[in-house]
Design a protein around this ligand. Structure first.
Ligand code: SF4
Length: 687
């Protein structure tokens, strides 16, 4: 309740849900949040938010919040003092390092946390403990985007800004449902489409935007590479590609062209279950548009050919010259608020802060000199474990300790049985969390962290915009900011790290990360800066304007390959399950389900095509059993023509459902991003 005799303070900060990065204006009284509005002068969201950003914030002081460090004593998680927890951890971690080496320890950072906190966690793993075993949830979402775009262009980030939608004359949307998952950007795309901007939607589900699309290419899940190659075929064979751009700005075109023109369109159309005439018409329209923007989401990346599909999109962008100016470009819709930042800060096992290859001698020297390392022999020189490799190594007994900051891997990583078995095999599992998540329940030590409303720092949104996060209220009693927890731990491990402060951490980051060179806490202002930021503070709205980061853009040809998931299990499990988010909830629902959004949507439902439902005797709103080679779950079916025959769809926000009991182990060939989007399953009514 508001005390009307006292003034309200307002604090400007950034939403901690999706990668749009909306600015929020938080009204505070007596250290309590009263409401959240959206500032009208915000460049990102101009006074708009979605249902999550504006209303789903009451989780911050929910009674379920952890309020004390917990250490497992006699099998029970027992409240202890911070000092006890740090001493316990330092002893354990140093003993594991002494006995098994630094690579027996690993860390997983969090896209929920600030750049500064992510930077600190990778620093603790690399500089203090001496291992490159650090990864983040980008592994399980957009690591193929970063890898694929790096191969094609040299930089693995959005080439343009969302505001470029004002200039664009054509939109290509692939594997994304932004009106649910990135609602403020989704609304902008919808408005453009409603006003007549041509829109292609490539998606196995009839999403809201598919209804507004001129062409909805409703492909079979897992066949993006087939459809993107078909588009390239028609653009090249109909000679509607941008010859001048291809000649002047790219390489490897001739080999690419020859491979594309050798493809059989009837065969690919049959593989993807699409109408080749529709693909041809859409491809030609896209190529002929003056300015076309492409957007993609996890429906592209979370596949065994995820990175390859990214390079196929980059091929189309280069073929049509849609890069390097306003109103065009290749724009990944980053799923989480700071997943871009977590990767930028070096929470990856192969690249340190600023994406420098951790195995290159000059980069090793660069990091050693910045961190003033005297004991150079103990500096890690090998690529560390990616998240799926951490689980395998834990199961094999090679990884002994895992530090997880703000990530519920038990619920969100695929093949839950395997994840649980792996975590159970660790000597030490440490979890920094705000609630006792399914992962935290398994931990040996739980450290109560803070929500975004209780901390300062920066988040980097999906358009490379680094924005200030300002604490609206202090950390809940008994909790600390996640950055301070890591700092305390670094000190407990014998490294002198100054207390967490956003501006001094940012100063250190700007000295290490080349594209942060000109960023200071002061010059970020209210609307942030888009990296790379030059030393004089000039930021960059458009990448690759005159040349690509790698010099010339590079064409890559990849043939369609059927997923091993379908090849190995398809006969026994004839349906393909694919998943996505809804508007009301966010990922595992840890935050949104502790708000009133729970009352709007309170379960995940499974969409099934009417013909399949009839054949399986499944009635609308009846319970069904969904099973795969890994496990089974029960959920409510909804008979819907939003999915084609043979395809099932659900969201993944409800822990009791545990959708990851059925998902599998197949990963992207280049990045090990899990193939969440193609799961071979069977289904039957629950009688
Ligand atoms: Fe938050 Fe994304 Fe919604 Fe904006 S669109 S309010 S960033 S969840």
């Amino acid at each position: 309740t508001i005390n009307e005799s006292q003034p309200l303070d307002t604090v400007r900060t950034v939403c901690s849900y999706c990668g749009v990065g909306c600015n929020l204006e938080v009204s505070v009284q007596d250290n309590k949040i009263i409401s959240i509005q959206a500032p009208k002068d915000a460049e990102v969201n101009a006074g708009h938010t979605c249902l999550k950003g504006r209303y789903a914030w009451r989780f911050y002081n929910h009674p379920d919040r952890l309020t004390s460090p917990l250490v497992r004593i006699n099998g029970e998680l027992t409240p202890v003092s911070w000092q006890y927890a740090y001493d316990y951890l330092a002893n354990k971690m140093l003993a594991i390092k002494a006995e098994h080496g630094a690579d027996a320890l690993a860390g997983i950072s969090s896209a929920r946390c600030t750049n500064e906190e992510n930077y600190l966690l990778q620093k603790m793993m690399r500089v203090v403990l001496g291992t490159n075993n650090i990864d983040c949830c980008a592994r399980v979402c957009h690591s193929p985007t970063a890898y694929g775009m790096q191969q094609s262009f040299g930089t693995g980030a959005a080439t343009n800004s969302i505001e470029d939608l004002k200039q664009t004359e054509f939109i290509l949307l692939i594997g994304a449902n932004p009106t649910a998952a990135h609602p403020v950007t989704g609304a902008k795309i919808k408005q453009k489409a409603m006003k007549g901007t041509p829109l292609i939607v490539i998606d196995p589900v009839k999403t809201e935007l598919a209804r507004f699309a001129n062409w909805h290419i409703q492909l079979r899940p897992g066949t993006n590479v087939a459809v993107l190659n078909m588009m390239a075929y028609y653009i090249i064979s109909e000679k509607v590609f941008d010859t001048s751009f291809v000649e002047n700005r790219t390489e490897e075109f001739d080999a690419y062209k020859a491979a594309i023109l050798a493809l059989d369109m009837d065969e690919l159309a049959s593989i993807a279950d699409v109408d080749k005439h529709m693909v041809k018409e859409a491809a030609i329209a896209y190529a002929k548009a003056n300015n076309a923007m492409s957007f993609h989401g996890l429906g592209v990346t979370e596949h065994s050919q995820g990175s390859r599909a990214i390079m196929c999109i980059a091929d189309l962008v280069m073929l049509t010259g849609n890069i390097g100016r306003k109103g065009v470009g290749m724009n990944p819709l980053r799923g989480q608020n700071n997943v871009q930042g977590a990767a930028d800060m070096g929470c990856q096992p192969h690249q340190g802060a600023g994406y420098l290859d951790v195995t290159q001698a000059e980069n090793i020297e660069y990091y050693q000199s910045h961190y003033q390392i005297s004991d150079k022999a103990n500096w890690p020189v090998n690529i560390g474990y990616k998240i799926p490799e951490m689980f395998n190594a834990a199961l094999a007994g090679e990884l002994k300790a895992l530090w997880i900051m703000g990530e519920d891997v038990v619920q969100t990583d695929p093949n839950q049985k395997h994840v649980v078995a792996s975590l159970s095999n660790l000597e030490l599992l440490v979890v920094q969390e705000i609630f006792l998540s399914e992962t935290a329940k398994m931990a040996d030590v739980v450290l109560p962290g803070s929500s975004f409303l209780e901390k300062d720092g920066t988040f980097t949104n999906g358009e490379r915009r680094v924005q200030k996060v300002n604490a609206a209220v202090p950390p809940k009693a008994g909790c600390k900011t996640d950055g301070q927890i890591v700092v305390d731990m670094m000190n407990a491990l014998g490294y002198a790290q100054a207390d967490y402060s956003a501006d001094t951490m940012l100063e250190e980051i700007s000295q290490v990360v080349p594209f942060f060179a000109g960023i200071t806490w002061q010059n970020l202002g209210d609307n942030g800066l888009q990296w790379p930021v030059a030393k004089d503070g000039t930021d960059t709205k458009i990448l690759h304007a005159d040349s690509f980061t790698r010099g010339l853009g590079k064409f890559h040809f990849y043939e369609f390959e059927e997923s091993q998931e379908v090849l190995s299990h398809g006969e026994a499990f004839p349906f393909i399950l694919t998943t996505s988010r809804n508007l009301e909830h966010y990922n595992a629902g840890t935050m949104t389900r502790r708000t009133a959004n729970e009352r709007i949507v309170s379960e995940d439902v499974l969409l099934i095509n009417p013909e399949d439902a009839k054949q399986k005797a499944i009635e609308d709103r009846s319970k069904v059993r969904l099973f795969s080679a890994r496990g089974e779950i029960e959920l409510t079916a909804e008979v819907s023509d939003k999915v084609n025959k043979g395809i099932l769809f659900t969201t993944f926000h409800f822990p009791e459902l545990m959708i990851n009991r059925v998902t599998g182990d197949i990963t992207d060939k280049h990045t090990k991003c899990p193939e969440y989007k193609v799961v071979s399953v069977g289904i039957e009514p629950v009688i």
